[in-house]
Design a protein around this ligand. Structure first.
Ligand SMILES: [Zn+2]
Length: 262
């Protein structure tokens, strides 16, 4: 599933291509990807100009001269620019210059048009790359759930998913199942720094291609080669050599070093 770095990579490459363009027509080939809105997306976006494109957590928001087109890539969504149609193309946006395709094999993604940014997107927690340490600590220290569950909660911080949560907790030396409320201010600061470092490094490497994630030009990211715990069960910890363990925390497959993380 695309997380913050993958969506950021897509937005950075889409924004210069889309901003200022006009949508001539839009065709939704799979109606079930239009979710959370009653609007006829094709009719609402046709003729509209794209003012700006931004990432909100894992959502891609295109601000039009009338309303907002919000896309969530779900598990397997892809936004491809000037790329050939495939059997998984679910929507086609014909622009005055270029074509934007929305491909999605499993169709857990969504496209919606709303008069303004949808309230559930507005309500997301702060960006992990911008939150102040004291606000981060305030957001986690009253929560009794595991720190992993708390980081995945999009109301606490937005954009963290399974991969970067595991990687950040490893770098911070914190066990994923530790109750968030048991983490000291000092360790919370270290965790926030680890999250920011791992997210920035992943953005630099254009994200992780663990399943079928590709960017807007169809290129794979290469941060998966730099994962220290995620999907490395049984392999030696890069710090201490102990085999990485896999368990389930917050109903998600979770990877950690039993020696380095406390
Ligand atoms: Zn270790």
């Amino acid at each position: 599933m695309p997380e913050l770095p993958e969506v950021e990579t897509i937005v950075r490459s889409l924004a210069p291509r889309l901003e200022g363009r006009r949508i001539i027509s839009a065709e939704v080939l799979a109606p079930r990807i239009v979710r959370h809105c009653e609007s006829d997306v094709s009719a609402c976006v046709a003729g509209r100009k794209i003012r700006s494109v931004e990432r909100r957590g894992k959502f891609i928001v295109m601000h039009l001269d009338d309303g907002a087109l919000t896309i969530h890539l779900g598990m397997t969504g892809q936004l491809l620019f000037d790329s050939p149609r495939t059997p998984y193309t679910r929507a086609i946006f014909q622009l005055d210059r270029g074509t934007l395709l929305y491909d999605d094999v499993r169709m857990f993604g969504s496209i919606e048009w709303t008069p303004a940014v949808p309230p559930r997107v507005e309500r997301l927690g702060p960006e992990p790359l911008r939150i102040a340490p004291e606000d981060f600590y305030a957001g986690i220290h009253t929560r009794k759930a595991s720190i992993k569950a708390v980081l995945l909660n999009q109301a606490v911080v937005r954009g963290m998913g399974n991969i970067y949560t595991d990687e950040a907790l490893f770098r911070a030396g914190i066990r994923p199942d530790k109750p968030a409320s048991a983490i000291s201010r000092k360790r919370a600061d270290r965790l926030l720094t680890a999250m920011q470092e791992v997210l920035l490094e992943a953005i630099e490497h254009r994200g992780s291609s663990v399943s079928d994630y590709v960017d807007t030009e169809g290129r794979r990211g290469d941060f998966q080669d730099r994962h220290r715990v995620y999907d490395r069960e049984g392999e030696p910890c890069v710090v201490c050599g102990t085999p990485i363990r896999r368990t389930v925390v917050a109903q998600r497959g979770t990877h950690f070093c039993p020696r380095c993380q406390r």
